[in-house]
Design a protein around this ligand. Structure first.
Ligand SMILES: *Cc1c(COP(=O)(O)O)cnc(C)c1O
Length: 463
């Protein structure tokens, strides 16, 4: 046992090895020393657990690998070939070139983030987005914060803390990652009063629940699932009429923040902020990185005095949006104001891509596979909007299908693709690996094919 420990080299000896000292070109000696210490600690623990001490050469190789895998940013760009346009695990909405340029321009140097250039006095970071948001939606006022969950937390903290919020049981949504909207709401100190049943809630359910303590009625758009069959929910205009008749507020969490009509693409209608305002909601909340197609942010818009109350609340400071996101969101909103969102906002460009264009690209992908001796098929399938919007709504697509004939280990191929450079993520259905061109930027087709080529070679070498 003790002799095994004696096989461990000193930190100095490790650092003196040529392969380790070569790393000083990339990392400081301090960093490498810490890494070598951690590595030796781990080996000591392994020996304590009964394992033998590896030879010196092996210790050096594993240390070099450790440096490569830990001293880099683990967050990397990925090619999304899943066909799910707003994929929460893959970072939701990709941004437009204009949005990226605006973000870089503001980040590279200083900006008038909180300086009124006319007056030379302190300004507010909130003004940069408010005018654009109000133009787009006809709202009186607007504020953008860190994300929609913080928009919800801020709104209820400012307007309903210690009081009651009435919500339908059919709208107590879990948004993914184990997070539930009602739990976020309770964090504000508001008390939720749940009314109706899972499938049916009537106006009189809300009416009977209103009491001295009620601050507002709340609707949460059931964005990521669909309730069908024997169901009833109260239309927004009726909820608004009830709320206002009893001097209460109506809040509407829309989830996705869809500013364009989804129906021309064969999708179901998604409620828009404009419709909610017209229906009488006092404040409307939504994400900026779902169907809006911008950077991560949460938007609240509606009545001016309510937005002012939010702006003055201490939590507004805790959940405020950073300059990078403000710049990116402003550039994204400008695409809508210029009427070029379908062509410029990637999420909408993907939704609007014609089927024949997708088919042409998939055919080219399949040809490239056949050239390296891999049989690939072009199959009919569906892309999804995702991001908790338009559940069950598909867009017809043409997918590249690999395997499914027993000649290829599909799971291994998927793993080689995921761990390649750049990583490519597809989906496996009925034993075939499917790659959907809709969510792949056409400018990345060549990179994708190269990654596919490498993964196919690795996967077939293993068979
Ligand atoms: C996605 C979603 C949220 C959370 O939005 P984030 O921007 O992810 O914080 C809240 N409410 C609804 C209805 C949603 O769909």
């Amino acid at each position: 046992m003790t002799s095994a420990y004696r096989g461990l080299p000193s930190v100095e000896r490790l650092l003196a090895d040529g392969r380790v000292s070569a790393l000083t070109a990339e990392y400081s000696t301090l960093t490498l020393t810490q890494l070598a210490r951690q590595h030796l600690d781990d080996l000591r623990q392994a020996i304590a657990a009964g394992r033998p001490c590896p030879p010196f050469g092996e210790i050096v190789s594993s240390l070099v690998e450790r440096a490569a895998s830990t001293l880099t940013s683990s967050l990397r760009p990925v090619i999304n070939a899943t066909g799910v346009i707003i994929h929460t695990n893959l970072g939701r909405a990709p941004l437009s070139d204009d949005a990226l340029a605006a973000m870089a321009a503001v980040d590279r140097g200083y900006s008038n983030l909180e300086l009124d250039l006319e007056e030379g006095k302190r300004g507010s970071r909130f003004v940069h987005l408010e005018t654009l948001l109000c133009h787009l939606t006809d709202a009186e006022a607007a504020i953008a914060v860190n994300n929609n969950a913080s928009a919800l937390l801020l709104t209820l903290s400012a307007l309903a803390q210690g009081r009651e919020v009435i919500i339908s049981r059919g709208q107590l949504v879990e948004i993914g990652g184990g997070f539930r909207i009602p739990d976020v709401m309770r964090q504000s100190g508001a008390r939720l009063v749940e009314v109706g049943t899972t499938n049916r809630t009537y106006l009189h359910d809300y009416e009977e629940a209103i009491g001295e303590e009620t601050a507002c009625l709340m609707r949460v758009h059931t964005s990521n699932f669909r309730l069908t069959g024997f169901t009833h929910s109260v239309p927004l205009p009726e909820l608004a009429a009830l709320a206002h008749q009893r001097s209460l507020l109506l809040l509407d969490d829309l989830g996705s923040g869809c500013l364009l009509d989804t129906r021309p693409f064969g999708l179901a209608a998604e409620p828009t902020p404009q419709e909610s305002l017209t229906a009488g909601a006092d404040l409307i909340l939504f994400s900026a990185d779902k169907l809006l197609g911008g950077p991560q942010a949460g938007i609240v818009l509606g009545r001016r005095e309510l937005v002012s109350t939010l702006r003055r609340h201490p939590l507004a400071r805790a959940v405020r949006l950073d300059k990078t996101s403000i710049a990116g969101l402003a550039a994204t909103l400008l695409h809508y104001l210029r009427g070029e969102a379908l062509a410029k906002v990637p999420v909408w460009r993907m939704i609007a891509t014609p089927l024949d264009e997708l088919e042409r690209r998939t055919r080219r992908w399949a040809q490239a596979c056949r050239r390296v001796g891999v049989s690939a098929r072009v199959v009919e399938g569906w892309s999804m909007v995702g991001g908790g919007s338009l559940p069950e709504e598909g867009l017809p697509s043409r997918l590249l299908a690999l395997g499914g004939d027993g000649a290829l280990d599909v799971k291994a191929l998927a793993r080689h693709l995921r761990t390649g450079d750049p990583p490519v993520v597809g989906r496996i259905e009925r034993d075939a690996l499917l790659l959907d061109p809709r969510t792949v930027d056409p400018r990345q087709d060549r990179v994708l094919l190269r990654a596919l080529h490498t993964a196919l070679a690795a996967a077939s070498a293993a068979v």
